[in-house]
Every structure is written in structure tokens, then in C-alpha cells.
Design a protein around this ligand. Structure first.
Ligand code: COA
Length: 386
């Protein structure tokens, strides 16, 4: 496998875009990434796009062809779907494409246009990423599934309602400086506790929102990337799977898919979890950030709430998490999220993040699909693998 680097990034603002179609957003993000990479569209040799449900949300399928056509790139173009992990699946497969030597330059896009349908329809479409027969059909939404995990975590480990709220408070604090974020207002623990109940114990401010947005990045093989202005190297990638239905899992409070994906990515990158300077995790609901911190090994099982309360995930903490606002404040256009996470790690490593850390060397993103049936982890570094 050859070394591969990210050489250009671009995204739309995340939020409600009444005036833009999914095609408009793909063009905006894709061309921004090409410009940032300082290449021509004709230099791109393959296209990978992640999207969960453009058919239901925007009436548009065949998204690989749509993206290639709209961007003026007549190259092999493929769409990837893995619920909220769709963007990272596209990224991982593009990485393999370039690392294997098949192509030297690929574009990765993530896109979702969720607000053109009414709220209940958006939530029904999301629920289709769970088990249709055993979960969605009885009215179990994703908020409902994560509420079950939160309740079990609180029961088994004493995690408090306040600790869940602190996850959202941290994400909102980090989102204030991010001009691409859907919500840029700070919130307090009290605000979270007083927000309306969505699925007990989860409240409105524990939830990621419904969002439109697209994100894109350009990757290149080592021989080309070495000439790029500011390459960020992909050091490892891992993917894991678990049962699609929550009730079939050995545990409601951990995600085996995350553990599998992280183990593979860390082993390929040849680094330890404690070498990381920051991470992007999948905070679709506040409880998922706590579970992710435990599954990735930043703290012991059951201690995630305390880890958050002690300030470890703060921008100046032991492991800064979601330094630009995460899914909660940044927004969660599901197919775009994994690509957006990768972009924010790349920006930190290039030194142009809106909340820049001092001299980071390594970063990781964790993108989860459904209630944990799919997980993808990617690791990035300032220096290439030797
Ligand atoms: N955080 C903060 N504010 C939010 C919000 C969120 N997650 N979601 C909506 N809002 C705000 C809106 O901006 C709006 O504010 P305004 O009145 O000042 O304009 C207000 O709340 C009402 O918005 P609306 O769109 O009517 O909300 P809703 O009640 O229909 O939906 C949720 C709220 C939480 C149910 C919905 O966002 C949701 O289902 N989120 C989870 C999405 C999900 O499951 N993703 C997949 C993860 S696996």
C-alpha cells in the first residue's frame, strides 16, 4: 500500500439551505476542495460519495453519476451508504483506491439534504437505518434507541443527567467560532436540562439536529502529495460491524464495531490511542460521545461521564473532542458528517482550524452508522508513515 495524503478540503455551511439543491451543495463543496488542493478538475481520477438517503430526502438517486456530471469529472464514480457512517465509508474506500495504486488522485464527497421533507418524515427516513421489522416498525426512532442506551448507562454506572448535558455544553462552546456550524450559541447545563424531552432521558439539547450540507476533500498518492502545499497524511483506517438491532447486542452500553474499527486503524497507523492530540467523535446524541470515549479507551468502561465532568474533553483538556462543535452544534447532514469530521482533523493538523490547537501531530475521527451497526475510524498525521 502506498502513502496517501489529503491535499484539499471544502464544505458548505451546515444548516437549513432552502435555496440550494443537493446538486448545488455537491458542486459548492467539491469545487472548494479542488481549489484548495490547487489542482484542476481534470486531475481527479476517481470519485467517491457518501450519502444515506437522497432518494427519500431529495428524490434523487444515482448520486455518483450526478456528482461526476455536475462537477465535470468523467471518472469512475461510486456512492456509499452506511447510514450516518456513509461519508467515512466513501473516504475509506477512496483511501484504499489510491493506496492500492489504482488511481493517483481521488475526490471524496459527503452530502445530505434533509430539510426539504417535514420533520416526522425526516425522522422516519432516519429510522430506516435501524432494523425496520424489529425497531422502526414499532415506532423506535434513533432518539429512542440512544435513550435506551443512556438509561442503561445511567442505571449500570451512575452516569448523571448533568454529565450528559456537559457533552452538549462542550460541543456548543466549540461551535461558536465555527462559521460553518449550524448553531453558534453557547449553552449551559441548565439550558440542556430545561429543554424539551425528545425521548426520556434525552432532551432537545442532547440531540444533533436535522441538517443540509456537503463536504469534500481531495486525496493523492505520495508521489503527487509530496509536491502539495500542506499535505496531511492518512495513517490508518478501520471498519467494524455489529448487529443492526440494538436488542441483539451483548451490551447496550458499548459498541463492538467502534472497538474493532479503532483497533484496526491504530494498528495500521502504528500509534497508541494516547498519542492522539484530538479526536472527532460521533455525538449524534450526547450519550454516544460518552460511550465513544470508553470504547476508544480514553477511560474505563462506565467512567465516561466522570471523564467529561472532569474537563478532559475540553479544548485545553487531556484529549480535545469535537473542537469545531461536533454533530450537536456543527450539524449532522448524515452522509456528509464523516467527511466533515475528516476535514476538521485535517485543518487542525494543517494549522488552520477555527479553534487551533498548539502543534498537533495526530488526530482521529470516529463515524458511527445507526445505533452502532457500522463504525469507521480514520487516523491522520502531519508526517507520512515510514
Ligand atoms: N439542537 C438545538 N436546537 C434545535 C435542535 C437541536 N438538535 N433541533 C431543532 N432545534 C431548534 C430549531 O432551530 C428550532 O428553533 P427556532 O424555533 O428558534 O427556529 C426549534 O428547535 C424547533 O425546530 P424543529 O425543526 O421544529 O425541531 P423538531 O422538534 O422537529 O426536531 C429533534 C428536533 C431533536 C427531534 C430533531 O432534530 C431530531 O430528530 N434530531 C435527531 C436526528 C437524528 O436522529 N439523527 C441521526 C442520528 S443517529
Amino acid at each position: 500500500m502506498r502513502n496517501v495524503a489529503v491535499v484539499g478540503v471544502g464544505q458548505t455551511k451546515f444548516g437549513e439551505h432552502w435555496d440550494k439543491s443537493i446538486r448545488d451543495m455537491i458542486i459548492e463543496a467539491g469545487l472548494a476542495a479542488v481549489r484548495d488542493a490547487k489542482i484542476e478538475r481534470g486531475d481527479v481520477q476517481s470519485l467517491f460519495i457518501g450519502c444515506m438517503s437522497s432518494g427519500r430526502y431529495a428524490g434523487q438517486e444515482h448520486l455518483g453519476a450526478l456528482a461526476a456530471d455536475s462537477l465535470g469529472m468523467r471518472v469512475p464514480a461510486t456512492r456509499f451508504e452506511g447510514a450516518c457512517a456513509s461519508g467515512s465509508l466513501a473516504f475509506r474506500n477512496a483511501y484504499v483506491d489510491v493506496a492500492s495504486g489504482r488511481h493517483d488522485c481521488a475526490i471524496v464527497i459527503g452530502a445530505e439534504k434533509m430539510t426539504d421533507v417535514k420533520g416526522p418524515e425526516a425522522i422516519t427516513s432516519l429510522a430506516a437505518a435501524g432494523d425496520q421489522e424489529w425497531e422502526a416498525a414499532i415506532g423506535l426512532t434513533f432518539a429512542g434507541l440512544y435513550a435506551l442506551m443512556a438509561r442503561k448507562h445511567m442505571n449500570d454506572f451512575g452516569t448523571t443527567r448533568e454529565q450528559l448535558a456537559m457533552v452538549s455544553v462542550n460541543n456548543h462552546k466549540n461551535g461558536v467560532a465555527n462559521k460553518n456550524a449550524q448553531f453558534r450559541m453557547p449553552i449551559s447545563v441548565d439550558d440542556v436540562l430545561k429543554s424539551s424531552i425528545v425521548a426520556d432521558p434525552l432532551r432537545l439539547l442532547d440531540c444533533s439536529p436535522i441538517t443540509d450540507g456537503a463536504a469534500a476533500l481531495v486525496i493523492m498518492s505520495e508521489n503527487l502529495a509530496k509536491k502539495a502545499a500542506n499535505p496531511v497524511w492518512i495513517l490508518g483506517s478501520g471498519q467494524g460491524s455489529d448487529t443492526i438491532a440494538l436488542h441483539d447486542r451483548a451490551s447496550f452500553t458499548e459498541m463492538a464495531a467502534t472497538r474493532t474499527a479503532a483497533k484496526e486503524a491504530l494498528s495500521e497507523a502504528k500509534i497508541n490511542i494516547n498519542d492522539l492530540n484530538m479526536i472527532e467523535v460521533h455525538d449524534c446524541f450526547s450519550i454516544n460521545e460518552i460511550i465513544a470515549l470508553e470504547d476508544l479507551g480514553f477511560c474505563e468502561k462506565g467512567k465516561g461521564g466522570r471523564f467529561v465532568e472532569d474537563g478532559n474533553i475540553d479544548i485545553n483538556g487531556k484529549i480535545p473532542v469535537n473542537t469545531t462543535g461536533g454533530l450537536k452544534a456543527g450539524g449532522h447532514p448524515v452522509g456528509a458528517t464523516g467527511v466533515r469530521q475528516a476535514i476538521d482533523i485535517v485543518r487542525q493538523l494543517r494549522g488552520d482550524s477555527c479553534n487551533q490547537l498548539k502543534n498537533p501531530l495526530y488526530g482521529m475521527n470516529l463515524n458511527v452508522g445507526g445505533s452502532g451497526a457500522t463504525a469507521v475510524v480514520n487516523i491522520f498525521g502531519r508526517e507520512m508513515k515510514q
